[in-house]
Design a protein around this ligand. Structure first.
Ligand SMILES: NC(=O)c1ccc[n+]([C@@H]2O[C@H](COP(=O)([O-])OP(=O)(O)OC[C@H]3O[C@@H](n4cnc5c(N)ncnc54)[C@H](OP(=O)(O)O)[C@@H]3O)[C@@H](O)[C@H]2O)c1
Length: 236
């Protein structure tokens, strides 16, 4: 399917879903503005293949100064972003400790990256989204953030951070609706990556293909905010 040459911004672009989203949108002819903390061979290869359409910026999504500087660099390159994708995320409870073994030191970093950083990114790039054609902000959430569907007995930090991200998405959408901007919180499915592990039923490439297809639909006239990879509404 031929689509408009959208400008797409993606965080966490060096590996996992972020990298695959960059590749997917580039294959569709979009321009991609990729944010990462450190280069990877994969993103360098992608750059070599798509010299003209892939722009790479280095910043930590939790560092406001770096985000401000990055926003200035992107503004020098383009007037607008059509789809802003907050994808960078962390899951630090690797051993999934039971309640008595919880290490609370992972909580604040998890909240900072998964729930606060997406808001910071929006703060510095909002002008660009306002100038974009599609006016879509996407927070990559998780079914782990659904309170209605909660089934886990562990992984408090990750689940709580994604539930907080869902709330941020709801409030942002309430606020930005009047400016024609739609905000989505998207569960991308369980896919194999450093975070998802090898057991996952789908690859990050497959997840990215589904996410990209869903994001390219028109969401502005729909009430849904929290959706799965097929676009189906998730219970908060
Ligand atoms: N994998 C799954 O099954 C699954 C399921 C549901 C939702 N999700 C969500 O999907 C998104 C992508 O997950 P993934 O599996 O692709 O994860 P991943 O392979 O672990 O990659 C995480 C990405 O986030 C970046 N990142 C982390 N902290 C950052 C920071 N402070 N500043 C900038 N970048 C940072 C990482 O960069 P570095 O290389 O620099 O660390 C990396 O690019 C996450 O939001 C995750 O919660 C994943």
């Amino acid at each position: 399917m031929k689509i408009k040459k959208y400008n797409i911004f993606v965080t966490g672009a060096n590996r996992g879903l972020g990298l695959c989203l960059c590749e997917r949108f580039l294959e569709k002819g979009c321009r991609v503005y990729a944010l990462l903390r450190k280069q990877s061979n994969e993103i360098t290869e992608l750059k070599n293949k798509h010299q003209e359409n892939l722009f790479i910026y280095t910043a930590d999504v939790t560092d406001e100064k770096q985000l401000r500087e990055t926003s200035e660099k992107i503004k020098a390159q383009t007037a607008g972003i059509d789809i802003l994708i907050n994808n960078a995320g962390i899951h630090l409870e690797h051993a999934q400790p039971d309640f008595s073994e919880i290490d609370f030191s992972v909580y604040i970093p998890t909240f900072t990256v998964n729930a606060l950083a997406p808001l910071m990114v929006v703060k510095y790039l909002l002008t660009l989204v306002k100038n974009g054609q599609k006016k879509l902000i996407v927070n990559i959430s998780s079914e782990a953030g659904s309170i209605g569907n909660a089934w886990r007995e562990r992984e408090y930090a990750y689940c709580m951070s994604k539930a907080a991200l869902n709330m941020a998405s709801r409030i942002l959408d309430n606020r930005l609706k009047k400016e024609g901007i739609k905000v989505l919180a998207v569960h991308p499915g369980w896919f194999s990556s450093d975070m998802g592990g090898a057991e996952a039923p789908i690859t990050p490439e497959q997840a990215a293909a589904k996410v990209a297809g869903t994001l390219l639909k028109d969401w502005h006239n729909k009430k849904s905010i929290y959706i799965d990879v097929e676009g189906k509404e998730m219970p908060w």
